[in-house]
Every structure is written in C-alpha cells, then in structure tokens.
Design a protein around this ligand. Structure first.
Ligand code: ADP
Ligand code: MG
Length: 223
C-alpha cells in the first residue's frame, strides 16, 4: 500500500516566487490497484508523481511505501529504492538515441550488480511484455514514436518493479498506439503491479481495470 499523509510541496519557499503546488494531500493507493491521477495541465500531477517516485522531497508530510518513509530516505537510498521498487514511464521517452533498444532497456540493471546472463533474461522478459522484441537490435533514433514508447515501457519494467508510475504516457501517441499502451497496462495489472497514471487523456475514462480515479485541481485532491 502507498499512503500519502498531509503532503505539501512549496516551490521557492520564503521567496517572492513562493508557490504552493501540493496542498495537504491525503490518499491511499492499494497494492495491485490501477489508479488514474486526473487533472488539467498545471494542477500538480507531475509534482505528486515525482514525490511518490522518490525523485523529489516534500516540503512537509510524507509518503509511506511498504513501510518505508520516502521523505526520510537519504538520497543514496532513494536511488536504490527506485531501482528496486519503481518503474517510470514519462511523456518524453528519455532514451539514449544512439544506443539500441536492448542496450537502453538494460541500463536500469547496471547499478544492481546482476550477471550478464541475468541481465539478458530480464531484458528478454521486458521486451516481450512491452511488445518490442522484434526491434531489439534497432538503434532508438530509427524507431517510430510508438516503438520508442514501448522501449521506454520495457525499460521501466526490466527491474520487475512492483509500482509503475506513468506521467502523461499517451501525450505523444496517436490513437492506435494509445490503445496498444492500454493493452500493456492491462497486462501489468494482471501481473498484480500497482499502477499510477497521471493524465488528462479521456481515453483512460471508464476502463474496466481502473480501480480508482483521483482528481487533482490546483494542488488539491477533489472529492
Ligand atoms: N521546480 C518548480 N519550481 C517552481 N514551480 C514549479 C516547479 N515545478 C512545478 N511548478 C509549478 O507547480 C504547478 C504544478 O506543476 P506540475 O506538477 O508540473 O503540473 P502538471 O503535471 O499537472 O501539469 C505548476 O504551476 C508549475 O508551474
Ligand atoms: Mg505534468
């Protein structure tokens, strides 16, 4: 379970540019559930995801993931925590264009000290899950948008994380590729992953495997 307790994020605190981006957020996300975090641009979705993903620290309050306090993790532990537990799928794919698909996918495994044989097995599993096996030797710069996204998905899955965080995952995809993305999410849900998708894309409305939609507006969670 993920518990968000009285979470606040204030940018540029105590300056003229002070901005209260997240206001007293309290949410609970059940293990193995799929949750949509819905809100217009600027509502605080990415800020919340980055704190959930231990990429940034809250100004006050805390996030508890499997009994670990994200706010109190020292930076070194944050990166290890991410490597073990979390997969990120961003709107921009953040891939290395000059490397091939397989090389990009294996990158998160490097700090974890696996053997080459283990790496190959894990990469193979991720390639299959994300339906990008057939392009594994292709240089990323030669891929279509949908293929780049499936490579990014495979990279997010390669460490077999329990929690998958997606930030506007369909923003750069056409309808056909968005539907393929939803099929991958459905498979992940069947694998009992906890999935959080920040989006304002109506394609995520009324999907049968979505357990909960959390609406965020001006940094507040609306009932
Ligand atoms: N590093 C930052 N410094 C100052 N303001 C920021 C920073 N990051 C985000 N914000 C502000 O916080 C608000 C929420 O941003 P964000 O979480 O990116 O929204 P969303 O992802 O829903 O579009 C916006 O008004 C944005 O300008
Ligand atoms: Mg955003």
């Amino acid at each position: 379970m993920i518990k968000v307790n009285n979470l606040n994020k204030i940018f540029n605190e105590n300056t003229k540019k002070e901005f209260h981006a997240l206001k007293d957020i309290n949410i609970q996300i059940q293990t193995s559930s799929c949750v949509i975090l819905k809100g217009v641009s600027g509502s605080g979705k990415s800020t919340l995801l980055s704190i959930l993903g231990a990429l940034s620290k809250p100004s006050s309050g805390d996030v508890i993931i499997n009994n670990d306090s994200i706010a109190k993790l020292p930076d070194l532990h944050s990166s290890l925590f991410r490597a073990k537990n979390l997969g990120f799928i961003f709107q921009s794919y953040n891939l290395f264009n000059e490397l091939n698909v397989e090389e990009n996918i294996s990158i998160p495994l490097v700090p974890l000290g696996f053997s080459q044989k283990e790496i190959n097995q894990k990469v193979q599993t991720a390639l299959n899950l994300a339906n990008i096996e057939h392009k594994k030797d292709e240089t990323v710069s030669n891929l279509s948008g949908g293929e780049k996204q499936r490579t990014a998905i495979a990279r997010a899955l390669v460490n077999n994380p329990d929690i998958i965080l997606c930030d506007e995952p369909t923003a750069n995809l056409d309808n056909a590729n968005s539907l393929k993305f939803i099929e991958v999410i459905k498979k992940l849900k069947e694998l009992n992953k906890t999935i959080i998708i920040a989006t304002h894309d109506p394609i995520f409305d009324n999907l049968d495997f979505v357990d909960n939609t959390i609406n965020i507006k001006d940094g507040c969670i609306c009932e």
